[in-house]
Each structure stands twice: as structure tokens, then as C-alpha cells.
Design a protein around this ligand. Structure first.
Ligand code: CTP
Length: 404
């Protein structure tokens, strides 16, 4: 993937054992297409060498404000002006305190202070012992840094190098990478609340067996992620899938269509957008046995009867808020043929402003997809691309259609 293509990130390292994660983070940033300039404090060099960071970033590392490599001898100015973002990972308690006081005694703090504040964002990934993290001085400094325009990426919780367990670990490289990618996305849905359904449903026959389908949930999860990246508050109502929850997304796990309906109708009254990507089972077994259905030895198979499940999207689309336009509903159609015809008819039938058509067998379980957007004005194709790329395009299309 190339989520950071064309971006230049200054990666600052300060003194902390979490420097070991900075190596992987640097590699991840480069893999996503960013150019990375590493700047290290003296303390950070106690934990990881500039050689490692140079090899991973492909650029020589800066650590001194007296570096003569810069023609004007102003590394702090040059480096900060070129950056799309400065990411300090790990950010030690000491470095945070320095930032808050406007300290500029080393290249990294000098560069942070000298950055054009409105143009070059500063992202901090704190890393420290849990007592240091909980200390009122640190908490006060975090608030002040945030008030001064820095973005605090939060911390993880768990086993710490010191042997204690608690808050203050630096986030994992993959989490930080996702946060940086998200941070740089346009905030098209800032302040909006989005509900997404995703994955299959599972309709139990007995405690052991049930009926489900091949939906992987990947498209819905990608949309939840893209909506979150665009600044929305996202609730993801997921059928049984084994996918990681996108960062910052609230996930509600459900099994059956009726569970999904209950979770959806609880969430949509506060929402601005509802996106139904779930492959909801159209029917469920008419009866659900409390005990496992056993073979009776006669060789006869049981006869199964089905009843129709509620249509979650149609139910939400009939609500007053959806009808008034306060809740924008998006449906998906997974078809096997005649996509345009079916997509148009389904949009009408479901009573929704936007329907996304795709060919089921070409998308289920895949990492890419192609889409046909159908609304009252006509159709628009989104050509085959990675699901996260399509999800971001869809989010932009939805944002464009929202009432101001
Ligand atoms: N959907 C839903 N609840 C259902 C069935 C479908 O919310 N019980 C939603 C899906 O999440 C999707 C859209 O409705 O957004 C289209 O679903 P689909 O099953 O493809 O359409 P159907 O109305 O079932 O039509 P058909 O079976 O004829 O294709």
C-alpha cells in the first residue's frame, strides 16, 4: 500500500526503551511511501543507534543543532519546513516537559519550536513508566502540549520494560502508522456520527450449527476505518468475522440478523450516516433447537423451514430521520449479474439515496473490489482498487452528498 505516498515525515526519537519500536515504525512509514528524516536526541542514542535508523530511513540522521551539513547551518529551520508532519516516537516525559516550556537546547526540541505551527503538525507518541505517565506533572504537560497545538497519539497499556504493568507503553508501530495515515486524511466527516454494519450474520439452527455466508467483512471494516480517518465518530456493528477493529472505532459484535437489527436501531437515532455493508442472511431457521439436533438412525434428514429476517436497511430507511434527510442511508448490493439493473431497482425498493453495487463473487474475501454508485442523478463507477482506497473514495462521495 502507499498510504503515505508523497509525504515527508520527520521522525523524532527521544530517550526511552520504546526506541526499539521506532525502527519498525520507520520501516512502516517508508513502506507506505513516505520519505522519512530521522532526528535523534542524545538520550535516544543510548537506546538505538543512528546507524540503524539511517539504514531503515535511507537518509543520514540528524542529532545536533550544530550540524555543518546544512549550507546555512540551520538544520532546525530546513528540516521542519520540509515536513508534512513531525512525529516524536517515543516522546519521553522529559522531552514533553521541554516542549511545554518551549525549550530549544537540542536539535529536536529546537525544530519543534521553530516549526510553522499552522502548517506542520506535531504528533507525540508518549512512552514512559506508568507512574511517570500518571504523575500530575506529565498529565498537566500533555494537556498543555495539546493546547499548544500538538496531537497526542495516546499510549498503550500492559507489561512495561521496568517489570511493572500499566499505562504508558508506546503504541505499537502498526498502531502509530495507522494513526499517522489517519491524521493526514482530509477531515470530510468531522463531527459526524456514522454507523456501519459489516460481515455476515449467523442464524443458529441449534447450539452447534447455523447458516451463514462468505462475507469477510473487509469492505465494511475498511469503510469504518475510512470514516474514522475522515474525522467521524464510528460505530461498527459486526457479524462473526475475525478482523482487527480499526483504530478509534467502536465495535459491537453481533451474531444474528435480529441482533444486528437491535444494535443498529439503538445506534442510528444519534447517527448522521448509516452504511449497510453487512451480508445479512435473508432467512433464518423457523425454529432454533435448544439442544443439538441428533441423527435418529433412520437415515432421514431433518426438514428445515425458514422465515424471513427483518430488513435492517429498509427498517432504518423508513425512520423519520432517514426520510427527513437527517440520517443519510447507504446500501450495498452484492449481485451475480445485471449489476446496474439490480442496483437501480434495489435503491428504489430500499428507499435510500445512495446504493453501492458490486459483483459478489468478485469481492467476497478479496482485498480489492470495484463499485458502481447509484443515486437519483445516475451512476458512477469506482474502478478496481484496494478496499481501503475505495472506502476513502466512498466516504468522499457520501460527504459530498450530505446536507451542510
Ligand atoms: N440488508 C439489510 N437487512 C437484510 C438484508 C439486506 O440491512 N435483511 C441490506 C444489506 O446490508 C445491503 C442491502 O440491504 O446494504 C442489500 O441487500 P441484499 O441482500 O443484496 O438485497 P435484498 O434486498 O436481499 O435483495 P436480493 O436478495 O433480491 O438480492
Amino acid at each position: 500500500m502507499n498510504d503515505l505516498a508523497g509525504k515527508h515525515i520527520v521522525l523524532g526519537l527521544t530517550g526511552g526503551i520504546a526506541c526499539y519500536k521506532a525502527a519498525e515504525l520507520c520501516r512502516g512509514l517508508v513502506k507506505e511511501g513516505a520519505t522519512v528524516q530521522v532526528v535523534m536526541t542524545e538520550a535516544s542514542e543510548q537506546f538505538i543507534t543512528p546507524v540503524t535508523m539511517q539504514a531503515l530511513s535511507g537518509r543520514s540522521v540528524y542529532s545536533s543543532q550544530w550540524d555543518t551539513r546544512e549550507a546555512n547551518n540551520m538544520a532546525h529551520i530546513n528540516l521542519s519546513r520540509q515536513a508534512d508532519a513531525i512525529l516524536v516516537a517515543p516522546c519521553s516525559a522529559d522531552f514533553l516537559a521541554k516542549l511545554v516550556h518551549g525549550g530549544a537546547g537540542d536539535l529536536l526540541s529546537l525544530m519543534c519550536l521553530a516549526r510553522p505551527i499552522e502548517r506542520v503538525p506535531l504528533l507525540l507518541a508518549p512512552a514512559m513508566n506508568r507512574e511517570m505517565w500518571a504523575h500530575p506533572a506529565t498529565q498537566r504537560n500533555l494537556q498543555q502540549a495539546s493546547a499548544d497545538g500538538a496531537t497526542i497519539l495516546g499510549v498503550g497499556s500492559g507489561f512495561q520494560a521496568c517489570g511493572e504493568t500499566g499505562d504508558g507503553r508506546m503504541l505499537e508501530a502498526q498502531e502509530l502508522l495507522e494513526d499517522v495515515v489517519a491524521f493526514l486524511q482530509p477531515k470530510l466527516l468531522a463531527g459526524r456520527k456514522v454507523v456501519v454494519t459489516a460481515g455476515p450474520t449467523f442464524e443458529a439452527l441449534d447450539p452447534i450449527r447455523g447458516i451463514t455466508n462468505h462475507s469477510s467483512g473487509k469492505m465494511g471494516f475498511a469503510i469504518a476505518r475510512a470514516a474514522r480517518e475522515a474525522g467521524a465518530d464510528v460505530a461498527l456493528i459486526a457479524g462473526p468475522v475475525s478482523l482487527a477493529t480499526p483504530r478509534g472505532v467502536r465495535r459491537i459484535d453481533v451474531q444474528s440478523a435480529r441482533d444486528m437489527l437491535a444494535a443498529t436501531t439503538a445506534a442510528t437515532p444519534q447517527a448522521d450516516i448509516f452504511i449497510a455493508t453487512a451480508a445479512v442472511a435473508d432467512w433464518r431457521p423457523a425454529t432454533q433447537s435448544e439442544a443439538k439436533i441428533k441423527k435418529d438412525g433412520s437415515g432421514a434428514a431433518p426438514t428445515l423451514a425458514f422465515i424471513e429476517n427483518p430488513d435492517i436497511l429498509a427498517t432504518v430507511a423508513r425512520s423519520d430521520r432517514a426520510r427527513s434527510g437527517a440520517l443519510f442511508c447507504v446500501g450495498f448490493a452484492a449481485e451475480s449479474h445485471d449489476l446496474l439493473k439490480h442496483a437501480r431497482a434495489k435503491r428504489e425498493r430500499k428507499g435510500i439515496p445512495l446504493l453501492v453495487g458490486n459483483i459478489g463473487p468478485l469481492t467476497f474475501g478479496q482485498d480489492d473490489n470495484q463499485m458502481l454508485l447509484v443515486d437519483a442523478q445516475g451512476e458512477q463507477e469506482l474502478p478496481r482498487a484496494a478496499k481501503i482506497v475505495l472506502a476513502r473514495q466512498l466516504v468522499a462521495e457520501i460527504a459530498r452528498r450530505l446536507p451542510r
